[in-house]
Design a protein. Sequence first.
Length: 116
Amino acid sequence: MTSSVKSEKAERRSAQGRLEPTSDVAELHRRLGEDPRFNPPTPSVWKRVALVVLVLGLFWVGISMRKQMSQAKNPDVVYASRYSKEHKFRPAASPIITERMADGRLKVRGAQPTVR
């Protein structure tokens, strides 16, 4: 009879339609199991697999980008003469002229740049 009294107490609701507060741990666990807000459905298998594939794909992209950054090299430098054939003994007005060629190499004209 005591169990039926306890269940009646547990099922008694307050004026707002909520369950009365209790300190009974078993009752709290029972309420927690019944409340759908705290028991969301498990995601489907394809969603879990897609998440794992996405994480692995992002990891691979990050590693490959890091490898490309570490393998980046300085552009090839082509040194051109600072004297033209027409004005053989007169240097160019600017001491150092750099230009990037179509194939990505760097062309340096004029005085040699200082090495740091």
